[in-house]
Design a protein around this ligand. Structure first.
Ligand code: C2E
Ligand code: SIN
Ligand code: SIN
Ligand code: FE
Ligand code: FE
Length: 493
């Protein structure tokens, strides 16, 4: 039995019972409510998360067309099925245009359950894809902040100014009620605010080990404390009386293994615990620590990039996950091809920085598919000419998206060139032989291998033997013979 939460717009109790019986016969277990007026519809939409709306066409004081308009203007993405006596074709078409998913005549109820199952499935994928889009946008914003901080670090050695920019970025992402950076003076073992924003009262120095701030610095461990788990840390009210804080996140700012200070955000409302938020705050703190470190080192310019790189990398991982979410069929594809690319590259003697660039490039290889609409990306059949133009553009899109980020420039070969072919018949540039960067030659083989071994919206996975024959058949035309040799040797193992 599948549970569904059903909202019925129906004036006849008998018809409602009939519908419910049909659903139960079809293996659905509805919890439901029946409404027959505009006011009740408004209340129902506001109150509860519904999976499905089934609406009659004409009711004494309400109508299917109005119910549909109300649902659509509520912004909720819930399937709407019109189930009524025979209405004219014109009206049915009009309702579908207005966003109804289906029209089922009451004398043809056997169509109802299959339609519901189909629409719930559709709604589920739409929801998932929307989440993926939002996640991609969020990662883009994160990347932009990391860049802004990056620029501030290299552009200014004035600590106060840099920290101001830094705090602005933190503010944008977390929208706290107050935030500050506490700088550690290693000689006096005290922490002192270098920038602070949003506090009602000034707050002075804190000793290492004292209060929340001093604890984070001493233990070098992040601390998040929210209303429900006050037991875990001293009440915020005691530490900062008169501020009305209810939630807190504090993270240590570490650079080259030294503690530079503590970054803190405070909220005057209860906050749900958010692992992901805390780890992003840590990534930002690492950046801030580098800024402090370079300002403190007067020569500043030779600051280590390691922390910065780490911060970027965690953002990339999140981004790659978001991309996979969009196309359910290629889930895990990114992770698999990344691992396989690294193995193959190592087998070919590549190491160090070059390997790192390839790893990042592989992780992001299809980032340009962000610009490919669902209708094309998820099309169950072959693409037509126009659709191919858009699909091929995913390689040049990648260049547009990634090249503004200095740190990612060395990783562009794979996203940009992974569909070039050894004989020059690939895209986007028709590069030939060793004109194609090595990373892209390696990746091309891994990508095709993994793609063929997996289900796609347009075909089922192939058996391994068939993939092997296919890949061998493309050596020297699609693939670099040397890369192919190393690959075949590797998978023999
Ligand atoms: P993808 O699915 O990740 O496939 C990557 C590459 O693997 C393809 O690059 C192609 O070289 C190889 N490949 C994948 N599936 C097959 C297959 O069934 N037969 C053969 N012979 N080779 C295969 P390509 O062709 O440049 O395609 C790039 C992307 O375009 C694909 O990435 C996929 O997202 C999309 N695409 C390709 N063909 C179709 C199609 O027929 N329908 C739809 N909806 N999308 C397609
Ligand atoms: C964001 O909204 O950009 C991310 C902030 C968070 O991780 O909570
Ligand atoms: C590089 O040559 O270092 C980059 C290789 C790649 O990402 O394809
Ligand atoms: Fe691709
Ligand atoms: Fe791919």
């Amino acid at each position: 039995m599948s549970r569904i939460r059903l909202l019925m717009v129906e004036d006849s109790e008998d018809d409602a019972i009939l519908l419910l019986q049909e659903l139960e016969r079809g293996g659905l277990e509805p919890t439901w409510r029946r409404v027959e007026t505009e006011e009740h519809m408004t209340l129902a939409l506001r109150e509860q998360p519904w999976d499905l709306v089934i609406s009659d066409w004409s009711l004494p004081r309400f109508g299917g067309d109005l119910a549909l308009k109300m649902l659509r203007s509520s912004g909720l993405d819930i399937p709407f099925l019109l189930v009524s006596g025979r209405i004219g074709e014109d009206r049915a078409v009009e309702m579908m245009r207005g966003g109804a998913q289906d029209y089922i005549p009451k004398d043809n109820l056997q169509r109802l359950v299959p339609a519901i199952r189909r629409e719930l499935q559709e709604a589920h994928s739409r929801h998932r894809r929307r989440q993926a889009e939002e996640e991609v946008q969020r990662q883009l914003r994160r990347l932009a902040s990391l860049r802004a901080i990056d620029r501030a670090i290299t552009g200014s050695l004035d600590l106060g100014l840099t920290m101001q920019v830094f705090l602005e970025q933190v503010w944008q992402h977390f929208s706290p009620d107050a935030a500050r950076v506490m700088l550690l003076d290693p000689l006096s073992h005290t922490l002192e605010p270098v920038v602070a924003q949003g506090f009602f009262h000034p707050h002075g120095k804190v000793l290492l080990g004292q209060n929340l701030t001093g604890g984070v610095a001493l233990e070098r461990r992040s601390l998040s404390c929210h209303h429900p788990d006050f037991a875990k840390c001293p009440p915020l009210a005691e530490v900062m009386p008169g501020e009305g804080f209810e939630a807190y996140m504090g993270v240590p700012m570490l650079a080259k293994g030294d503690i530079k200070g503590v970054l803190e955000v405070y909220f005057r409302k209860a906050l749900a615990h958010d692992e992901d938020g805390l780890s992003f705050l840590e990534a930002l703190a690492t950046q801030g620590a580098i800024a402090i470190d370079s300002a403190q080192l007067f020569e500043g310019l030779q600051h280590s990039n390691r922390g910065l790189m780490l911060a970027y990398d965690s953002t990339l991982e999140g981004w790659a996950r978001a991309l996979e979410l969009r196309d359910e069929e290629t889930e895990e594809h990114c992770q698999r091809v990344t691992k396989l690319t690294v193995r193959l590259a190592q087998a070919m003697g590549i190491s160090g920085e070059e390997l790192l660039h390839m790893r990042r490039g592989a992780l992001l290889h299809d980032v340009g598919k962000i610009g490919v609409p669902d209708a094309i990306l998820l099309k169950p059949g072959p693409l037509n000419d126009e659709e191919w133009v858009i699909m091929r553009a995913h390689t040049t899109n990648a260049l547009k998206i990634l090249s503004p980020v200095a740190y990612l420039r060395p990783c562009l070969d794979i996203p940009h060139r992974h569909h070039e072919k050894w004989d020059g018949s690939g895209y986007p540039g028709g590069l030939k032989g060793v004109e194609i960067p090595l990373g892209a030659r390696i990746f091309a083989l891994v990508d095709v291998w993994d793609a063929l071994m997996s289900d796609r919206p347009y075909r089922k996975a192939w058996p391994e033997e068939k993939v092997l024959v296919h890949v061998k058949g493309l050596v020297g035309t699609h693939f670099d013979p040397q890369v192919a040799e190393a690959f075949l040797a590797m998978i023999q193992e």
